[in-house]
Design a protein. Structure first.
Ligand code: DC
Length: 225
């Protein structure tokens, strides 16, 4: 199998390290990285900005039709654009994070974004991360990885990241928000966060980024060689 045709699906709960690992794997295997969470975040950001009620599925779907979401490789990761406007940082803001679970629970929002995600995967080989990649978006992916880590560890990673960026954070609150988002994402009706039957679970608790990447590379090489 040619390396650049492969599809690698990475799913897992909030802050389990999916995007960090997915980016590194995309570099290693010369694949395009698709951050599907960023697509749901983009719609959430625009809805908040345009004062659209985030409980209004019809209005959200209409807004989405007007938005072209694109990604561009950047020095330290990837930039996200909505109709050409760079919104990489804006979609990570607290308000977006706390509203994105609701926006992503609507069937018509998901239908449209899944359609776009599948179109991207038709264009080239991908490493795609999210919640429903192995179960819904790319059910025939060559490799499916389900990344998990303890809540304590995930909150700690997020806390340190925020500290580095100079954002004051309350650790206990962060933990509660992560638990709440996981709960919402796992229990929604439409494509909930769930490990695909043929996914391999990797527990990253206590592992360094390099250790997780090495584990994933081992799994991927076994599957694609
Ligand atoms: O991975 P993230 O934290 O950037 O994702 C933001 C939210 O988007 C997450 O709370 C659930 C939702 N999401 C989803 O429902 N399906 C995906 N494939 C990716 C993200």
């Amino acid at each position: 199998m040619k390396d650049n045709n492969i599809q690698i699906a990475i799913d897992g709960p909030a802050s389990s390290g999916k995007s960090t690992i997915a980016k590194l794997l995309a570099d290693k295997y010369h694949l395009v990285y698709v951050d599907t969470g960023a697509m749901y975040r983009t719609l959430t950001y625009l809805a908040l900005k345009n004062k659209i009620n985030i409980d209004d599925e019809q209005a959200l779907t209409a807004l989405l039709k007007e938005v072209n979401i694109t990604f561009k490789r950047a020095k330290d990761g990837q930039d996200v654009f909505a109709n050409g406007e760079k919104i990489t940082k804006k979609i990570r803001e607290h308000e977006v994070t706390n509203n994105v679970s609701v926006v992503s629970s609507f069937p018509n929002v998901r239908k449209e974004l899944v359609r776009r995600q599948q179109a991207l995967a038709k264009e080239s080989g991908v490493v795609m991360d999210g919640r429903d990649i192995g179960t819904v978006v790319l059910p025939n992916a060559d490799v499916k990885i389900f990344l998990i880590a303890s809540v304590e560890e995930r909150a700690n990673r997020r806390y340190l990241e925020n500290q580095k960026k100079g954002i004051e954070t309350n650790f206990e609150r962060l933990k509660e928000e992560i638990i709440a988002r996981d709960d919402y994402d796992s229990n929604r009706k439409e494509s909930p966060l769930k490990q695909a039957e043929d996914a391999i679970c990797v527990d990253t608790t206590g592992l360094s980024i390099t250790e997780v990447v090495n584990k994933c590379v081992e799994l991927i090489n076994k599957k694609i060689k």
